[in-house]
Design a protein around this ligand. Structure first.
Ligand code: ZN
Length: 192
């Protein structure tokens, strides 16, 4: 659960955006997970933003390197948060610098405020800004890593009841694994 008065920035959509961005590293995934996400070239970055934030952004190799850098720093900060360790100063500075970059514009939309980013740099700054709020406002014990994969999520109770990123995905996989494990044990038992 977030603090009693989370900032206006931390909507569910904003939290999902940051977690999707951090989780977007194929080397951290088991390939059986669908969709299997890669970040190999600038076009992958463009389509990620198309699907997760807004269409029409053009990415360069430089943008790709910046996105990977920001993603890994946010991941490292999240791990520190989960472990209850202080954030590394260099990582804080890196995210703070990104969060301070100009470009994103608040616009009024049907359901309230939305953010428009004219460039990948502005979009990454937007994610860094939300990351600052997410890591800074979430209490220890509420930010967690899935028991099956590397995906992060907020456990609203903070008591560890939620174990999977998505019940329909990793929750089910865990059940299947447990079932197969039981079957193996049963098979190994000698017949009476
Ligand atoms: Zn998972």
């Amino acid at each position: 659960m977030l603090n009693s008065r989370p900032s206006e920035e931390l909507t569910k959509g904003a939290i999902d955006l940051v977690f999707n961005f951090i989780g977007w590293n194929s080397s951290r995934w088991d390939q059986s997970r669908q969709p299997y996400i890669t970040l190999a070239n600038p076009a992958d970055l463009e389509s990620w933003f198309w699907n997760n934030l807004q269409p029409g952004l053009t990415a360069t190799e430089e943008d790709l390197a910046a996105a990977k850098g920001l993603r890994e720093v946010l991941y490292r900060l999240s791990r520190a948060h989960i472990a209850g360790e202080p954030f590394m100063e260099d990582d804080c500075s890196f995210v703070n610098e990104w969060a301070a970059k100009p470009g994103r514009l608040p616009v009024l939309a049907e359901t309230g405020i939305a953010w428009e980013c004219p460039s990948i740099t502005a979009a990454l700054a937007h994610i860094a800004f939300l990351g600052v709020h997410l890591l800074g406002e979430t209490k220890h014990g509420h930010l967690r890593k899935c028991g099956m994969c590397e995906f992060l999520f907020i456990d609203p109770t903070g008591n560890g009841h939620r174990r999977w990123c998505f019940k329909s995905l990793c929750g089910n996989r865990s059940k299947v694994n447990a079932f197969n494990q039981r079957r193996r044990v049963d098979k190994e038992k000698p017949d009476d």
